[in-house]
Write a protein that binds this ligand. Structure first.
Ligand code: SF4
Ligand code: SF4
Length: 287
């Protein structure tokens, strides 16, 4: 039976919970290391190493460098390991000030000057974005990633209909209003960014009436470009489908709910100087 490990760096453990929900791998793989449920002194030799969380502390970096030496295949899973997410919030001045008070707490690992994605330090064979990736995506990683079928963007997996003649004048807040079934959330005034977000999650959020916040990152068209290209594309969709003033859309796109995902994927990768300079992540490596 194949063996896999999950190296948990700085993150929220949401990826691990999604993995545990994808229980079908139990018949094919043996989980030999994941501190949340399977402890061991160190990461043993494995066929697949899943890395979750960002490289936020010196301890993260130490563990990452050791673990990849024991793995045949290295997979970065989730927003934190790939594009920042909650781990990257530590680069904000206010959050850093809070954490830096740690110097009075000697048992907390030392923070690196900034957070990094896993591929700043090690070679990653496959990327699986999502916050967290769905159970189906985890199953695809562990069984046969090359056969995984996904739409290019979330809109194609959503099932809501875009109406040409219904144009809202303003945006609604995320949790406000009565959501109509079947009609595109943009037509209803919600800031949904599924139009240029990578498919593969099967659109659980817009299907349930909640706007897509883009946790799967940019679709293939934008994945090797700066995040500004993704941003421009989203604004173009809203300019076409709504009468909402541009500055209102801009403010909405930069709100905390969206800023956690929208502008980090490529910008965070741009900072990958530690491993020898920036190279766009090839779309062929992204599930
Ligand atoms: S914009 Fe959102 S609600 Fe509209 S079709 Fe796309 S994913 Fe669905
Ligand atoms: S619909 Fe959007 S926010 Fe929801 S899981 Fe998919 S990519 Fe993430």
């Amino acid at each position: 039976m194949k063996r896999f490990a999950v190296l948990q760096l700085s993150g929220c453990a949401g990826c691990e919970v999604a993995l545990l929900n994808a229980e079908a791998w139990v018949a094919q793989y043996r989980l030999v290391y994941m501190p949340l449920v399977v402890s061991a002194e160190d990461v043993p030799e494995v066929d697949v190493l899943l890395i979750s969380g960002g490289v936020r502390t010196d301890e993260d970096l130490y563990k990452l460098r050791r673990a990849v030496k024991k793995a045949q295949q290295v997979v970065a899973v989730g927003t934190c390991a790939i594009s920042g997410g909650v781990a990257n919030l530590g680069d904000r001045d206010d959050v850093r000030a809070l954490f830096l008070a740690e110097k009075d707490r000697p048992h907390v690992p030392r923070l690196l000057p900034k957070s990094h994605p896993a591929d700043a330090f090690v070679t990653v064979d496959l990327y699986v974005p999502g916050c967290p990736p769905t159970s189906e995506l985890f199953m695809a990683v562990l069984t046969n990633p090359h056969d995984f079928q996904a739409s290019k963007v979330v809109c194609q997996e959503c099932g809501r209909q875009k109406l040409k003649d219904v144009k809202p004048a303003h945006l609604l807040g995320f949790q406000q209003g009565e959501v109509l079934p079947d009609v595109c959330l943009i037509n209803q005034g919600y800031l949904c960014v599924g139009s240029s977000t990578r498919g593969g999650c099967r659109a659980p959020c817009p299907r349930a009436g909640h706007p897509c916040v883009g946790c799967r990152g940019p679709s293939d068209v934008f994945i090797e470009k700066e995040s500004a290209a993704w941003f421009t594309s989203i604004k173009r969709v809203f300019a076409t489908m709504t009468n909402v003033p541009e500055d209102e859309i801009e403010r909405g796109l930069r709100s905390p709910q969206l800023a956690l995902f929208l502008f980090q994927f490529s910008d965070y990768a741009d900072n990958r100087t530690v491993g020898g300079g920036y190279h766009p992540r090839p779309k062929e490596k992204v599930l």
